[in-house]
Structures are given as C-alpha cells and as structure tokens.
Write a protein that binds this ligand. Sequence first.
Ligand SMILES: N[C@@H](CCC(=O)N[C@@H](CS)C(=O)NCC(=O)O)C(=O)O
Length: 236
Amino acid sequence: MNEPETRATPPALTLYYSPKACSLASHIALEASGLAYRAVSVDIRAGQNRQAAYLKIHPGGIVPALEAGGEVITESQAILTYVADLAPESELIPRPGTRARARAHEWMNWISSTLHVRYRSIFRPQTYAGESAAAADAVREHARLKLADALIEIEARLGQQPYALDTQFSVVDAYLFVFYLWSHDERIATELPQRPRYQALAARLFERPAVRTVLARERAVRAYDLPPEFSIAIPE
Ligand SMILES: N[C@@H](CCC(=O)N[C@@H](CS)C(=O)NCC(=O)O)C(=O)O
C-alpha cells in the first residue's frame, strides 16, 4: 500500500458514480488516464446510493468511491490525485514538489470546500438547515449570492490561459467541468454572472474525447441535460 503504484502495476479499478454528480470529474479523469477501469452507476436520484449493496462499499452512501486493489478511496480530490499519479505520462496533475502541484490542490480543495458547498446549499439546503423549511429557504437564498461570488472568482482565477493550470489539461479542469454543468441547473433560479472564461474552458473540455465518452456513458444511464451550447454535438 505504501509503495508507489504506476500504470505498470495498476490495481483493478472500479469507480462508483452517479450521472451528473461530482463523480463525473473522477469518471473523466479515469477515461483520460488511459487506465483500465470499470464504471458502475449508483443513481442517487433513484436512491441506489442508500441501498445495502452500495452502503457496503461506502457506508456514507456518497459518490464518488473508487475501489482500488481491494481498498475503497473516497473524496474527489483524493481520487483525482490518485488516478492522475497512476498514469503519470497522461500529465493529469503536475509532479509532486512543484508549485504547480500546490496550485492543483489549491483549486481542488477550493472546489470541494467552497464551490461544491454552494451548489449543495441550493440543491439540498436541508443538509445544512435540518428540518426547518424557513432555515432551508435562508440557506438557499444566501448560497445563491455566494455562488455568484464563486463564479466571479473562477473567472478571475482562470485568467487568459486555456486551462486551469495554464496550458496543460488536468484533473482540475475535469473537476471544474462538473460545476459548469451544474451552473445551468434550473434549481438555481436566479441569474448568474456572465462567465465567458469558464464557458470557453467548458467548451474546450467538451471537445475532448474522454469527456464525450463519459458524457455519452452517463447519459445512457440517465439522459441529463447539457448547457444549450453543448446539446447539439453530443453523440447519442
Ligand atoms: N466531499 C465529497 C462530496 C461528495 C458528494 O457530495 N457526493 C454527492 C453527489 S455530488 C452524493 O453522493 N450525495 C448523495 C447523498 O448525499 O445522499 C467529494 O468531494 O467527493
């Protein structure tokens, strides 16, 4: 377990995902890595994540989970980093010990702890508000404002470079892609700030074969909507 693993000695990999959930990032990373893996859908909307079979894999009933060599790894940032490190020639994350690597973790940690939380507060305010409907409304309303701030921050952080980490596509882009899709969810119900850099990034990612393969696979399980600018080109 403590020896570094590489593509030469990869463990058997199984990703548990739900269509259009945050697990989409791990799904794209695995596809982009070129590693052999199995993808198993655990549809949250159908409640499959709360069934005994899945709770044996992840007692919290959360996706993503990655089974790797008999162990289960959870948390998107951990899975994304592990998958990228397993296939170093895919250059999905900068090498350890570099500032670029620190930037990758800076992005991923912010996405997990801030960006994702804002969406969750809108989509499932009861996570933070408990049973009270009034508290849920307050959480949702506040999160809408905070989501707008986060999108403005993403625009600023993206700068002029083609990808989140400058010129190299990475797992950070896969992670950002998920939340670009989520920014088109009708439950947000308020106008969000313009996000041209984020949109350009998402359009660039949408052209990548790994992204298209994964979207087609997930949408065959549950045909989720894509932002209007993407819907035409997706192969069914
Ligand atoms: N911090 C976790 C969050 C994972 C998470 O929130 N997963 C959601 C889907 S996006 C989930 O499985 N929700 C099911 C539930 O809460 O019942 C990560 O980044 O992997």
